[in-house]
Design a protein around this ligand. Sequence first.
Ligand SMILES: [Zn+2]
Length: 166
Amino acid sequence: MRTTMPSDDPLSYQRLGERVAELRAQGICPTCHDLATGELFGVQSGILDDDRFRVALEQHPRARGHTIIIYKPHRDDFTELTPDETSALFGLATRVANALKQALGAEKVYLVTMCDGTPNHLHLQLLPRLPGEPIGSRRFVAPRGVLEDGERLATAIRAALEQGAS
Ligand SMILES: [Zn+2]
C-alpha cells in the first residue's frame, strides 16, 4: 500500500481511496462532490476547465502525461451520452490527445473509459506512449506513480491544445 506521497498532495492515494469509499457508501458521487468542493482531487495541473469539461493530469499516473477528462454533468458512463454530448466529449479527447503527442512527443495516445462501481462518474483516461515504451494494454494497469513536474507539463499541454495541435 502506498505510503510515501508528497506532502503537498491534496490527499494521499490511500486516503483518497478511503474517502471515495466513504462517499460511495453514502450514495454520493465522488466526482460531483469534488467538482462542488475541490476536496478530493484539487485543482493541480489543470489543462482545461470550462462549464462542461475539466481536463487535468492524473495525480497518481500510470504513464507520463496520464490525463483525465471529466464531463461535468453527471453521467454514469459514456452509454448515457446524447449524440451531441458524444461529439463534444470525443472531439475534445481527440484535441487533447493530439496536444499530448505534440507536448510530450508521444507516438500514440491510448484512451480508456471504465467508470465501474456505484456511483461512478463518466471520465476518459488518456495514456500517452512515448518512443521506446512497449505497446499493449498492460499499460492500463501499470503501477501508479507520483506526478512529477506537473505544472510545467500541464502548461506545455495547454499551450499545444490552444494552438490547436493536429
Ligand atoms: Zn457525478
